[in-house]
Design a protein around this ligand. Structure first.
Ligand SMILES: [Zn+2]
Length: 272
């Protein structure tokens, strides 16, 4: 069970980083595609797991979802109050794009999908979408503190727009530890199902609308054994060294992207 609770609000990296990584593996749980009109799917069960284990996950919220694949029901009146309660309990709110309409074409900094929402768009458009997305979440009393790109699609212009709106943390990329790149802190996201590791920081991404009962049971079992290994974004910023990305990190990230890109061709439901 995690013991640190953090009030919601802007997340800032400390001025000095620890010199060594925590011993043993740590995990971040990230839940994507959150929108009030989503198919409930496993979401209620995920919330129950979060509360049972006092997890402080990343909740990736779509500010103005227009994606027909996700807008499947009437708006759930409990959606926003539930997210506010989870934020109050320490969850980090991720800005998950703007409308989740992936009509742009081109590979960004994490080249896993050619179609996405942001890559290649003019700076003015990206700034407008990010600023308006943040405003919409603020209207729901949510404070997004990090960026979660739909389909991993973003470029340097996106990062500049995020920084102009005080978001400097990105949940994406590969590697086994956080690093700094293009003015942002990157928290790698490498898992779509639980997997035990000896060391490193691992972000496990879950899509509640498509999570199967078997996958949910696997997650529940993993948490029963390893919930104490799950950390939070503020704890990562305080407890991990966060150096500039090295050449090895760049190569590791590129290799990871290409491997997942190939795997996605065989299993297209992963990593959206
Ligand atoms: Zn998504």
């Amino acid at each position: 069970m995690t013991t640190h609770r953090q009030a919601p609000g802007p997340v800032a990296a400390p001025s000095s980083s620890p010199s060594s990584s925590p011993s043993g593996a740590q995990y971040l749980l990230r839940i994507d595609d959150l929108t009030p009109r989503m198919e409930p799917g496993c979401w209620p069960a995920l919330v129950a797991l979060i509360r049972r284990h006092a997890l402080q996950p990343i909740l990736a919220v779509i500010p103005d979802c227009q994606d027909p694949a996700l807008n499947r029901t009437q708006p759930n009146p409990q959606f926003w109050p539930e997210l506010r309660a989870l934020q109050q309990a320490g969850a980090a709110i991720g800005l998950h794009g703007y409308r989740h309409l992936c009509q742009s074409r081109g590979y960004g900094l994490v080249p896993m999908h050619r179609s996405n929402e942001f890559v290649g768009l003019p700076a003015a458009t990206q700034h407008d979408w990010i600023r308006h997305g943040i405003q919409l979440l603020h209207q729901q009393e949510l404070t997004p503190t990090l960026w979660v790109a739909p389909r991993h699609g973003f470029d340097r212009t996106t990062l500049q727009a995020l920084q102009a709106n005080s978001i400097r943390i990105v949940s994406d990329g590969f590697g086994t530890a956080p690093y700094r790149r293009f003015g942002c802190i990157w928290l790698p996201q490498q898992l779509w199902q639980p997997r035990l590791h000896a060391r490193g920081l691992w972000t496990l991404c879950i899509h509640p609308a498509t999570l199967t009962p078997a996958s949910l049971a696997s997650l529940a079992s993993f948490l029963d054994q390893h919930a104490h290994r799950f950390t939070s974004v503020p704890r990562v910023l305080n407890e991990w060294p966060i150096p500039a990305a090295s050449l090895a990190t760049h190569l590791q990230s590129l290799r990871g992207s290409l491997r997942l890109h190939a795997r996605r061709l065989l299993r297209p439901q992963t990593s959206a």
